[in-house]
Design a binder for this molecule. Sequence first.
Ligand SMILES: Nc1ncnc2c1ncn2[C@@H]1O[C@H](COP(=O)(O)OP(=O)(O)OP(=O)(O)O)[C@@H](O)[C@H]1O
Length: 352
Amino acid sequence: MTVSTVIATDGLTKRFPRVTALDQLTVEVQPGVVGLVGANGAGKSTLIKILLGLSPATSGTGRVLGLDIATEGAAIRERVGYMPEHDCLPPDVSATEFTVHVARMSGLPPAAARERTADILRHVGLYEERYRPMGGYSTGMKQRVKLAQALVHDPELVLLDEPTNGLDPVGRDDMLELIRRVHTDFGISVLVTTHLLGELERTCDHLVVIDGGKLLRSSSTASFTEATQLLAVEVTDHPEDALPDPDAAVRERLTAAGLSVRSGGSRVLLVEIAGDDTYDAVRDAVADLGLGLVRLEQRRHRVAEIFGARADADVDDTAPAGPAPAGPGPAFGPSAADHAELTGGPADAAVS
Ligand SMILES: Nc1ncnc2c1ncn2[C@@H]1O[C@H](COP(=O)(O)OP(=O)(O)OP(=O)(O)O)[C@@H](O)[C@H]1O
């Protein structure tokens, strides 16, 4: 454990009468934006409650900002902000009243509490609405208030439990951007949980993946998404419609040139990179056939793959999947794009 380690657990275990929610979890979190990824029931919320000193561990130890979770819970909560997963906002008070109240409970004097509330609500993007009762807020607005109250006492670390829950794709992206800025603008470290595969790839520096209360993997996001040895190739139709199946024609040419080619989903061919001249071979084949290139890019691994996602499922345009190693953990539906859920079910209907 280094001096700057924000969270460190050692053999942390939490047993409920009928389930072991955390099982010998040993993990370290450094400053930055860290994602805690796991299916529903993986133990994410349990871990957060234990880290806040709100629930005792059955065995094992942990420190948050150097403080002991077993004996220094109150000191931890002074320095850590918490955004709970579930709706917890009183419907008949405004965001301003609520956030001022939380700030006062955290020990801020009245004037400072009001000033800080105004700043933080502006930062999360709530303006005139902040004086309206929260019962009439959209889910996105409620999530923003929950984030604001976690930040109002200027913590060193915030624990955000499923902050994108219930949001549409645009709302999710906005929230993730906001979370990133919590760290870049204020220097606050963030631990953010999600059950959606791949959601945090662009937001977090580091990912901790848990399954059934056990640590599956803890490493930098970059190491999850390193480059594969596959080129994704997508070509245009022939301008005069001279080729009924341009993809098949390209595939045939490349195979004849000794390259290994397979389908990567809708209109995408995956070509194994045999060397630098693979790029030239693709370019020449496409040009010889009178086609244009829509895309020629090296694929990157996806976080989804560690859960054994289908290799060349219907990937999205921005971040296609490479080959999937056989891995532990739940399998999930055929659309292994950014928002596939870690539930064994299909991708989140709202965002697929
Ligand atoms: N107070 C409790 N009593 C008994 N079992 C519990 C309690 N709290 C959590 N559990 C169980 O512990 C396991 C882990 O739950 P936890 O809420 O930590 O998971 P999670 O990863 O946060 O998932 P979710 O996002 O669905 O809440 C689950 O099987 C859950 O049913």
